[in-house]
Design a protein around this ligand. Structure first.
Ligand code: ZN
Length: 343
């Protein structure tokens, strides 16, 4: 397969074109620009929101961190404590397919840092239905599946909905996410935002195909806030801090190893915490003929965060670790996947 000679985007990536030297148009457009180098105004906005949040009364916590146990959110907790002296509640969404090592990591790290932890675990039956149906081709619009698999889109939405729901209940002013600078972030407006600014109807439309296929309207509540929650005042901020303050994978690994974090061996090369990811990758590759991490990895290469070789390793997965795990998850979801195909 032909790939961009600078990043790794393949010829199968939607609407891609290459120049005569084999450089993709994303790389050409990025030339001379530092991608997502957040402007000074965003940094000021961040400092300002943090100071105001710390001064607020009425909550025991300054910030909620959506904690997956992965490398980025682990480092995020340490960073927020050290740099901003925030009191933190770590909230984990357990999708039922998390690596066991990941849970051990969470316990070790949070004990070391003395951070409160809340684990949210919706009924596995509903989750499995959602995951199986998220494998159906084109269940989400193609402009979104460019950046990730259907399973990942559903799961990330459930994570942020759950995090916001807890923040609303506990009056926590900030929800911090540990997205890396390549993950699902396309513009500055996605760095700091209030989730209720996206119209309720628009968001519901996005999940309509999925929820209608399953035929259970109560699943909307896992994927998005309710109309009442939408009206919360003041509404918590969602903050993606890494693209604002900078990100260095080597520093992250170094710092979190010192906290006792160990890299799980029971996950694919693109995830440090979740097995379900592998099935998402498999189904996505079958439908779209490119890897759901192609775009994210290409961003990391363009920003100099990882090398092109490293990115290729991750998407080509020479040990076929991902296939093995996908088969394991597929077996667990077999009946539901069968049903979703028949619909
Ligand atoms: Zn390129």
């Amino acid at each position: 397969m032909k790939r961009c000679v600078r990043c790794i985007l393949p010829e199968t990536f939607p609407e891609i074109h290459f120049d005569s030297e084999g450089v993709c148009h994303y790389c050409q457009e990025a030339e001379g620009q530092i991608l997502f180098s957040a402007g000074e105004h965003i940094q000021e906005k961040l400092e300002n929101i943090i100071q105001v949040s710390k001064a607020l009364e009425g909550s025991s916590y300054d910030a909620l961190v959506a904690y997956s146990g992965g490398k980025d959110s682990t480092y995020l907790i340490k960073l927020l404590q050290e740099r901003y002296q925030l009191s933190i509640l770590a909230v984990t969404f357990d999708n039922g397919f998390m690596s066991e090592t990941s849970f051990q990591n969470m316990r070790t790290v949070l004990n070391t840092l003395n951070v409160d932890h809340l684990i949210v675990k919706p009924g596995q039956g509903s989750l499995n239905q959602m995951f199986a149906e998220s494998c159906v081709p084109h269940i989400y619009p193609d402009h979104l599946t460019k950046f990730g698999s259907g399973i990942c889109i559903s799961c990330i939405r459930m994570v942020s909905t759950m995090a916001l729901r807890v923040a609303i209940e506990k009056h926590i002013p900030m929800v911090m996410l540990g997205n890396s600078p390549g993950q699902l972030i396309q513009s500055e407006s996605e760095l700091i935002y209030q989730d209720n600014k996206i119209p309720f109807g628009l968001r519901k439309n996005l999940f309509k195909p999925l929820v209608e296929q399953i035929g259970n309207d109560s699943l909307y509540d896992l994927l998005m806030l309710t109309p009442a929650e939408y009206k919360t005042k003041p509404f918590p901020y969602v903050i993606n801090i890494f693209p604002i303050i900078g990100y260095d994978e080597n520093v992250i690994y170094q710092e979190i190893r010192a906290l006792g974090w160990r890299k799980p061996t029971d996950v694919d090369p693109n995830s440090t915490n979740c097995k379900l990811n592998s099935l998402g990758i498999k189904k996505h590759c079958e439908t779209y003929h490119f890897h759901p991490y192609d775009f994210e990895m290409s961003m990391l290469v363009r920003q100099g965060i990882i090398s092109r070789e490293e990115a290729l390793q991750r998407v080509q997965d020479p040990d076929r670790k991902s296939d093995e795990l996908a088969a394991e998850v597929e077996e667990a979801l077999a009946d539901l996947l069968q049903k979703s195909v028949q619909r």
